[in-house]
Design a protein around this ligand. Structure first.
Ligand code: PRP
Length: 185
């Protein structure tokens, strides 16, 4: 497969899987402690980037859960989102009075997440918490409290484990940075 856009590995496969397991245990433990062994969780993911993380995370969560998806388009200026978001696939079930975990692959400016969170909170779930695999806190515009963070990352454009470069590279088992002519050629 032609992947000449890939630079050096930033987070390898073992490191990702160990952290995903820790997050799964922590999230399960927290919800069970708060709401009891029989509690049900609705796990929501915004397509596409988080689907790999979601699938690994939920298979390590030993609790009653359901999965639902949203698809949005965020209007971007070059690589930065503007905060304007259109939902073109909404949830298939109500989250009213439910416990919800929103799963993201990366939070960058935070504009996408803050829009989605406002939208979901308006549907009156009992509890809503956020888990992101990657947090690029240095680029944050919208202030956010994120409950569960896999890794803090820097400014590099990242590819792999669900994250894409022009829709390519989502299937990599690790996360690497984009090759740049200045650094990698
Ligand atoms: C990524 C990510 C978040 C958003 C974060 O999605 O999944 O939804 O960007 O950026 P922000 O914090 O600056 O708003 P992307 O638009 O790359 O789409 P994809 O998940 O389909 O790859």
């Amino acid at each position: 497969m032609e992947m000449d856009f890939l630079g050096e590995t930033v987070i390898d496969e073992d490191t990702i899987s160990r952290r995903v397991e820790e997050l799964a245990q922590q999230i399960t433990g927290d919800f069970v402690q708060a709401y009891g062994e029989e509690t049900q969780l609705i796990v929501i993911t915004v397509l596409k980037g988080a689907f790999i993380f979601l699938s690994d995370l939920i298979r390590l969560m030993d609790m009653d859960l359901r999965v639902d998806f949203m698809a949005i388009s965020s209007y971007r200026e070059s690589t930065r989102s503007t905060g304007a978001v259109r939902i073109f696939k909404d949830l298939s079930e109500s989250i009213y009075t439910k416990n919800v975990l929103l799963v993201e692959d990366i939070v960058d400016t935070g504009l996408t997440l803050s829009y989605i969170l406002r939208n979901l909170v308006s549907r009156e779930p009992r509890d809503i918490r956020v888990c992101t695999l990657l947090d690029r806190v240095g680029r944050r515009i919208a202030p956010l409290d994120i409950d569960y963070v896999g890794f803090q990352v820097g400014e590099d454009f990242l590819v792999g484990y669900g994250l894409d470069y022009q829709q390519k590279g989502r299937n990599l088992r690790y996360i690497c940075r984009l090759k740049t002519p200045d650094h990698d050629s």
